[in-house]
Write a protein that binds this ligand. Structure first.
Ligand code: GLV
Ligand code: MN
Ligand code: MN
Length: 409
């Protein structure tokens, strides 16, 4: 059994890094807060007896050797970057539980055939650059240097932020793992929904991860005097945007499965007495079925263009990032099922609506995830919470899942 108190205390300690006055956590990639968090986790990895290193995209890794040194490695981890004003479990639970699993194995003198590595992936959330999963994509070998042009709110590109953090953007290919060198990837994460809570269960096994599309809408109209311009002759892009956002809700609702969110909006020039000239807003659209999601996107774009024509404003849609839906492998699901049975937990399966690094690794190795019950299903918010007991239950299931994956051929 893992050490419940040690895991919990580390969650609380890591949760103090990047803490905002609101109580939420902001730890964006390549910032001093993220660096401090990586240093803290590196110190836990050392306490756990792991060999610690960082790869070319800044993924922080702690390694425990296997009896067969060259056998494919079992990867286990998550991320420690956060969204703006997020919670203390999304990401950290998976990383700290993985460290805890390996520390427990070392304390018990457990040796495995396969080596095991704990990974804290760089920039899973995509919060800083509206472009995410940089670490797992680097490891999968699918991140290219050309993509590092994406900029944060202050005009700093991913490449520049990497340089500031001491990384060389021209060397990201060195982070790529060879096909066949990774036996499996498994991640423990909070559910971020209400399914486990409603089923009254602490832990669930993930069957698949929904695919997402991120897009940027720009609506251009005409800036004019708010008092002197009669309503019928205005070309107001914000009113068009309001209509398009309603369309997003309608089109997503029609399917019963798709979810669509506008989480960012900027209005230019932003004066109280000026009709806006330009509006930019984001779209996050997800479904477990890529075809359903893509049809919704198509309908949204067509109706947005119609609204633009009717209101005489220009609508431009730029696709920022696409991630396919991914199924979790039988290998990892079965190992997690065995672990649940061994510990006396119900074997309960559910899909993930949130995205995770496993999506990016699915082309490299079999992947899988274990979920822990979230209080009220809340996440990406300071209210995010999972109990100490549920976190420990998840970490114990992770322990036996990793042991099974790292022992069996
Ligand atoms: C990551 O948390 C995401 O699903 O956006
Ligand atoms: Mn996460
Ligand atoms: Mn998240």
């Amino acid at each position: 059994m893992i050490n419940e108190d040690r895991l919990w205390n580390r969650l609380l300690e890591l949760g103090n890094i990047g803490k905002q006055p609101s109580g939420g956590i902001t730890r964006l990639s390549f910032t001093k807060e993220e660096r401090a968090a990586k240093e803290k986790v590196a110190s836990y990895m050392k306490e756990a007896g792991l060999a610690v290193y960082e790869d070319a995209v800044g993924n922080l890794i702690g390694r425990k050797e296997g009896k067969e040194k060259d056998a494919p490695v079992v990867l286990v981890g998550s991320h420690i970057d956060s969204v703006y004003n997020g919670g203390m479990f999304d990401g950290p639970l998976g990383v700290l539980a993985a460290v805890e699993v390996l520390q427990t194995m070392n304390e018990l003198g457990v040796e495995t055939t396969h080596p095991i590595e704990v990974v804290a992936f760089t920039d899973e959330e995509g919060a800083r650059f509206s472009y995410g999963m940089l670490g797992s994509r680097g490891m999968a070998g699918t991140l290219s240097e050309e993509e590092l042009v994406h900029q944060d709110k202050h005009g700093v590109s991913i490449a520049d932020a990497m340089k500031e953090a001491g990384l060389n953007p021209s060397e990201i290919a060195k982070a790529a793992r060879r096909k066949g060198s990774v036996k499996a990837y498994v991640e423990l994460h909070i559910e971020q929904g209400r399914v486990l809570e409603e089923a009254n269960l602490p832990v669930g096994i993930v069957t698949g991860i929904a695919g997402l599309v991120w897009a940027k809408f720009t609506i251009e109209g005409k800036a004019e005097h708010a008092g002197a311009t009669p309503m019928p002759i205005r070309r107001d892009p914000l009113v068009a945007a309001a209509q398009i956002i309603q369309v997003i809700e309608q089109e997503a609702k029609k399917t019963g499965t798709t979810v669509g969110t506008v989480g960012q909006m900027q209005v230019f020039p932003g004066g109280i007495n000026v009709i806006p000239e330009r509006v930019e807003f984001s779209l996050d659209l997800r479904d477990l079925d890529a075809a359903v999601r893509d049809n919704v996107l198509q309908s949204i774009i067509e109706r947005a263009q119609q609204i633009g024509n009717e209101r005489n404003v220009k609508v431009t849609v730029e696709l920022l990032q696409e991630m396919p839906p991914v199924l979790c492998s039988e290998l990892v699901q079965n190992a997690a099922k065995e672990a649940c049975q061994k510990l006396g937990f119900d074997v309960f399966t559910l899909p993930s609506g949130a995205s995770h690094d496993g999506v990016q690794l699915a082309g490299l190795c079999p992947i899988g995830m274990i979920f822990v019950r979230s209080k009220d299903g809340v996440s990406h918010s300071p209210e995010e919470w999972s109990s100490k007991e549920d976190c420990a239950a998840g970490a114990n299931v992770l322990y036996h899942t990793v042991l099974c994956l790292a022992t069996k051929e």
